[in-house]
Design a protein around this ligand. Structure first.
Ligand SMILES: [Zn+2]
Length: 273
């Protein structure tokens, strides 16, 4: 009897071992972007591994959507007008307001796209972490935020490639989107973006939040321009952004009440016809 019990226990231990090996093998499967959420990789909890797999799968499908658009064009200002979807975008972080922006978005059930500047990464590591943990889309906004058309080809390449490297170094997937600082781009910028496999993302609605016109004006600017497929320019860095943080819950609520889903730019493009 004791021997049979031992055999059952041994079988169970073996089974558990096989299950663990199977899970580990799936996690190491090729195609899982290396460096994606290193914090989660270290944790062994099954739900964390599942979240990591979901993140990797989502990133692959978003990368496909961007690649499809890149076959036809280099610059976009909006997504499909047929879907009731809007993409909020946040430039110039990370900074002291980034975490409040992420919190407001998550509370409202909204997803968004961030275009941070890597020269600030060292100073605001927790803000950058919050963006990564939220699983939002992140694009290239250069290393130092220069006006690109004033720079040589090599200097522009350095700015864009340097930022892409910094993002990967900090556990983000390779950026597929780039937003030129001040919206300024020339032919060289577009050639470089294509070479690096990045889509230039402009906007169709300017929240005007960088002029600090007050919370109500920011809400009004966004709602006035809201259309299916809109891409909205906002800022989580580059100056005091308390007004942006204050406006955000109202913007999210009002847009959702009008039946809009708030998605990332790659999600917006995935539905593009
Ligand atoms: Zn900027």
């Amino acid at each position: 009897m004791a021997r049979r019990k031992d055999a059952v226990v041994a079988a169970l231990v073996l089974l558990a071992g096989f299950a663990l090996v199977a899970v580990a093998a799936r996690d190491d499967a090729p195609g899982t972007p290396a460096g994606l959420r290193p914090g989660l990789a270290a944790a062994g909890l099954p739900e964390m591994r599942a979240a990591r797999r979901r993140g990797a799968a989502r990133h692959r499908s978003e990368a496909r959507a961007v690649a499809r658009v890149l076959r036809r064009r280099t610059v976009i200002r909006r997504g499909s007008r047929r879907e009731r979807e809007i993409a909020l975008t946040f430039d110039d972080g990370p900074g002291p307001y980034t975490r409040a922006v992420v919190r407001a978005l998550r509370r409202g059930g909204a997803r968004a796209t961030f275009f941070p500047v890597s020269s600030l990464f060292r100073r605001w590591p927790r803000a950058l972490d919050a963006v990564r943990r939220a699983g939002f889309a992140v694009g290239d906004h250069t290393v130092d935020h220069p006006y690109l058309p004033g720079l040589s080809f090599r200097a522009q390449l350095r700015q864009l490639r340097g930022q892409a490297r910094a993002l990967r170094h900090h556990g983000f997937p390779r950026p597929r989107l780039m937003r030129p600082p001040y919206g300024g781009h020339d032919r060289r910028t577009r050639v470089i973006a294509r070479r690096l496999g990045m889509l230039v993302v402009m906007w169709s609605v300017d929240s005007g939040d960088y002029t600090r016109p007050g919370r109500r004006a920011i809400v009004r600017n966004v709602l006035r321009g809201a259309r299916p497929g809109a891409i909205v320019l906002m800022h989580d860095g580059g100056g005091p952004r308390a007004q942006t943080v204050a406006a955000l819950p109202r913007i999210v609520r009002a847009l959702r009440r009008r039946g809009y889903r708030l998605v990332t730019v790659p999600e917006l493009l995935a539905r593009r016809r």
